[in-house]
Design a protein around this ligand. Sequence first.
Ligand SMILES: NC(=O)C1=CN([C@@H]2O[C@H](COP(=O)(O)OP(=O)(O)OC[C@H]3O[C@@H](n4cnc5c(N)ncnc54)[C@H](OP(=O)(O)O)[C@@H]3O)[C@@H](O)[C@H]2O)C=CC1
Ligand SMILES: O=C(O)C1=N[C@H](C(=O)O)C[C@H](O)C1
Length: 254
Amino acid sequence: MGQTLVRLIAEDERLTLVGALEHANSPALNEDAGKLAGLDALGVKVTDNALNVMKDADGVIDFSDPSASAALSALAAQTRIVHVIGTTGFTADQEAEIEAAARHAVIVKSGNMSLGINLLTNLAKQATASLDASWDIEILDMHHRHKVDAPSGTALMLAEAAAEGRDVSLDEVADRGRDGLTGPREHGAIGISALRGGSVVGDHQLILAGPNERLVLSHHAESRDIFAQGALQAALWGGDKSPGLYTMSDVLGL
Ligand SMILES: NC(=O)C1=CN([C@@H]2O[C@H](COP(=O)(O)OP(=O)(O)OC[C@H]3O[C@@H](n4cnc5c(N)ncnc54)[C@H](OP(=O)(O)O)[C@@H]3O)[C@@H](O)[C@H]2O)C=CC1
Ligand SMILES: O=C(O)C1=N[C@H](C(=O)O)C[C@H](O)C1
């Protein structure tokens, strides 16, 4: 995602790349961010000194790792810049750290930055609010073989929306990953499953399996550009907002 962002920022005259961050052991340190993204040199060297970069920036766009994103949110609070978080796979404690940082910085966080998925999330809520619990809800994600977290952040967004539509707590009804002699499906459960393989950018389905009919809401990401475009839109949107924790629905006005 870093390389995709560098490319799209270089193409957008509203935006200037002032830094590119990696961790202290990254082989990319001191490399030119433009060259790493397959462009001409941009004169921006990759660094692990986040504070140094952030003090000169209006925003930081972050698709990295949960502990890195939680730490970065504290620096965003310190430097008062917009923090766009696309990273997925947070623990409850890391979510709480980000919420605390959002008292001092504009933080836009979403498990999926694309317009299509954020619209689908609304549709998921509408569909599950309209159908009773005789319709079983199953959510499926498929991603490339390099993805390290499961289920995807998007699958969890869809599950939250489905639970909200049905007016139940996701924690109480989520059924994550079946294996072995599971017994019959729990009435009212929201099933969440993950497939990994190949170079799939990101496929999601919300399946409503009812008595004698099945409704499938699905989204296929065809390029990672859609996530980067959403993140850049969020960074620009956040520029004149008050500190707080926002979502892509806020950015898109959905
Ligand atoms: N919300 C959305 O729309 C999207 C979210 N994502 C999420 O974004 C995250 C990253 O995805 P992706 O780009 O595919 O993953 P990659 O592994 O390709 O990129 C993550 C990068 O972050 C680096 N990194 C790890 N720790 C730190 C740190 N402490 N400080 C700075 N950089 C660090 C990694 O370095 P190294 O490889 O050396 O460890 C790597 O270069 C994932 O959580 C993914 O689920 C992805 C796409 C869209
Ligand atoms: O890791 C990815 O690639 C993606 N992660 C996000 C997720 O966990 O939902 C968004 C997108 O599907 C790509």
